[in-house]
Design a protein around this ligand. Structure first.
Ligand SMILES: *Cc1c(COP(=O)(O)O)cnc(C)c1O
Length: 392
């Protein structure tokens, strides 16, 4: 596939361009490399790429499952026509689950109360809910505490024997999948294997056992099991940047998101002029600055002020001064070729030398996950397909 998404379309103000071919390509490449069925995680509006659109592209790329956090996300995928296997894992005590069961969504149980609720919904509907059991192997977040696991499994088996539900999976989640030096992952794998053994001894025969997120799947072959839950790598973002021995470089995944804007204004400023609120940057020499119409209301990190770069006229140029609600400033130096209306790429694939979401993460002292999931505000998303003719 072409490494550069089709962004050379007329530009109005600012937009988020999503290359669906990149998502398709990434899913298919990951599936081929990992040799394991894939659950593509599309929670949080597809990590900022669009829930329904990302899900569709992932299915086209071969995603065996989709994974989401909330009930609403799962139901939105069904409403959009997705009919494949789909797991939700953060269902609230206040939420009715009949709709999920009726829509053939695999639901996750953490507690015996969850199991009873799913069984009751199945009973009311005359259907057999598909339930996955989550065990906490050390993250201390969702899932049954290991001490409660035998109880959960025992009730699940009773309900299954009664035909009240079917246990389709057992799963857990890594605390530090992106850090191969952290012994936590090996320990979690061991605890998970014990939990699976306990479930099997109780008579459960789940279809899938799964543990790994993107980083776990890429860095720990032993954690791939029956299924891997791949989120961030789907979107072409390295889950473990800078980790030795990571296969990332050989994978050839492509970032799917490009954020671009037009320059609102270009002007000369004098030496000594302070730029943006509180004059956190002061020009040492006369220079030319450009005004970019996006700010923290669009999800641009305020920390990135004076640290990030943007790509204008074929080169990266520094953001100057504080990030405001609606705007940021870029230093164009003495380049007189840049005019108002010129294209600014905040981040993209990096193929033409533009910054990436990872560069923005470093400038913002966060992770690229946060960069892509927070971007939005007044910006609209536009979908392109770099493998389709006539879309360039
Ligand atoms: C978000 C999430 C994932 C995906 O994680 P990535 O690091 O983006 O691959 C997998 N499993 C669970 C339970 C999650 O919440």
């Amino acid at each position: 596939m072409s490494p550069r998404p089709a962004t050379r379309a007329p530009l109005r103000r600012a937009e988020i361009v999503i290359d669906l071919a990149a998502i398709r390509h990434n899913v298919s490449r990951l599936r081929e490399y990992l040799r394991t069925p894939i659950m593509t995680v599309v929670k949080a509006d597809g990590y900022g790429h669009g829930l329904v659109e990302a899900a569709r592209a992932a299915r086209e790329g071969g995603a065996d499952w989709l994974g989401v956090a909330s009930a609403d996300e799962a139901l939105a995928l069904r409403a959009a026509g997705d009919q494949g296997r789909l797991l939700a894992w953060l269902i609230m005590p206040s939420e009715p689950v009949e709709d999920l069961v009726a829509a053939d969504i695999d639901v996750t149980a953490y507690t015996v109360t969850d199991l009873e609720k799913f069984a009751a919904a199945g009973d009311a509907l005359g259907r057999t809910p598909r339930v996955q059991l989550k065990v906490d192997t050390g993250l201390s977040r969702g899932g049954a505490a290991f001490a409660d696991w035998s109880n959960l499994v025992a009730l699940a088996r009773i309900l299954e024997a009664e035909g009240a539900l079917r246990v389709t999976g057992i799963w857990s989640h890594f605390a530090s999948g992106e850090d191969p030096a952290d012994p936590a992952s090996a320990l979690q794998e061991k605890v998970f294997a014990e939990a699976v053994t306990i479930a099997e001894q109780a008579g459960l025969r789940p279809e899938v056992r799964h543990l790994a997120n993107s980083a776990g799947a890429l860095l720990r072959p032993s954690a791939r099991l029956d299924l891997v839950r791949v989120g961030v790598a789907t979107y072409g973002i390295d889950p473990a940047p800078g980790v030795d021995g990571s296969p990332w470089a050989e994978l050839g995944l492509v970032p799917a998101m490009t954020v671009r804007a037009e320059l609102a204004l270009v002007k000369r400023i004098d030496a000594g002029a302070g730029v943006s609120y509180n004059h956190t940057w002061v020009a040492e020499e006369p220079t030319t600055v450009g005004l970019i119409p996006v700010g923290y209301a669009e999800g641009i990190q305020r920390r990135a002020g004076n640290r990030a770069s943007v790509w204008v006229g074929g080169v990266q140029r520094p953001v100057r001064g504080t990030v405001c609600m609606d705007q940021i400033m870029v230093d164009l130096g003495d380049d007189t070729s840049i005019e108002p209306g010129a294209e600014v790429v905040l981040w993209g694939t990096g193929a033409d030398g533009e910054p990436t979401a990872q560069d923005w993460a470093e400038a913002s002292e966060t992770i690229a996950y946060e960069i892509v999931t927070r971007i939005g505000g007044r910006m609209k998303r536009r979908y392109v397909d770099s493998e389709q003719e006539g879309d360039q």
